[in-house]
Design a protein around this ligand. Structure first.
Ligand code: GUN
Length: 305
């Protein structure tokens, strides 16, 4: 079997177009422009790139983008004061504090100081609890993007066996909750799982979110299964030659070994161009959803769990 490649880039472009269309309607009917505030503490280069592209895409979909860049040594009280101000700002419908934060800042405290209704990451303890009990919540962006692609490919997920590899708060745990909500039978596997190959082999759906390059080989995959690869890992690629400074060129790979898995799976997401683009698209969708809920406006259809 040769797997269908799930084109996350095209899917994300479609989600952003649907967001833009609904944003235009909201502006037209209510005069309200959805707004997303992104807070970046420090100068981590990867985070800077990420924050810049969030800002660009927010504006492209017709929403307002507010960027707050703070020094790496910002005091916790100052960050909390900024969040408090954003919580009270009616022009701000979504707040995202870019993670990871510098070590002296308490991430849990910071995240839980965001108004849950503006928590477009879905990381606040209230949203985690609402999702876990199957209630309406803000849903973390990466698992939401995975769910949208799975629903699109399968139609109904009801009764399917799903294995989520990885138990992080950002991806693994919320992914499992979403799959349970869609009536999958869910196993969350992790580094201590006794028989990982055997566990993965039983799955109709495999979501890999461990952050270990190419750790899932094709012979772990049940023929015809759907493989969603959340990993984004940079590895050395000597076959690409060397850079000007003499160092080996690199490339991005996922948590699954794409070639061997694509030979067995029914469908698979590539890296890059799979889950990655869906994360920002879902952030925009969440910002729009938060704006609609805050103002009693009709929510966009098909853009949340
Ligand atoms: N850092 C990497 N991914 C994310 C994300 O989805 N949300 C936040 N807040 N920080 C991140």
């Amino acid at each position: 079997m040769t797997a269908k490649i799930i084109d996350g880039k095209a899917f994300a472009a479609d989600v952003r177009a649907r967001v833009a269309k609904h944003v235009a309607r909201v502006k037209d009917e209510s005069g309200i422009t959805p707004g997303l505030a992104v807070v970046l503490v420090g100068e981590d280069p990867a985070s800077q790139v990420y924050v810049r592209s969030k800002g660009t895409m927010t504006v492209e979909t017709g929403m307002n983008s507010y960027e707050h860049k703070l020094n790496a040594d910002t005091a916790e009280a100052d960050l909390l004061a900024l969040i408090d101000k954003l919580n009270g700002d009616p022009a701000v419908h979504g707040i995202l504090v870019q993670l990871p934060l510098p070590g002296h800042l308490n991430e849990d405290l910071v995240i839980n100081s965001i108004d849950p209704a503006k928590d477009v990451d879905g990381f606040h303890i209230s949203n985690v609890g609402l999702l876990g009990t199957g209630q309406k919540s803000m849903v973390p962006c990466t698992p939401l993007g995975c769910l949208m692609m799975l629903r699109d490919h399968h139609g109904s997920l009801s009764g399917l066996d799903a294995v989520v590899i990885g138990r992080s708060n950002i991806v693994g745990k919320p992914m499992a909750q979403l799959l349970i909500k869609d009536s999958c039978t869910v196993t969350v596997a992790h580094s201590r799982t006794k028989d990982l190959p055997g566990t993965v082999r039983r799955a109709d759906i495999v979501v890999a979110a461990v952050g270990r390059p190419q750790m899932v080989p094709g012979d772990w995959i049940k023929p015809g299964a759907t493989v969603i690869d959340v990993g984004i890992n940079r590895i050395e690629a000597p076959e690409r030659g060397t850079k000007e400074d003499g160092s080996v060129k690199t490339r991005l790979v996922g948590d699954v070994d794409f070639d061997s898995c694509a030979a067995v799976a029914g469908a698979i997401t590539p890296v890059p161009g799979g889950v990655g683009p869906m994360t920002i698209a879902c952030l925009l969708a969440n910002t729009l959803t938060a704006c609609c809920r805050a103002n009693g406006l009709e929510e966009p259809q098909g853009l949340t769990a």
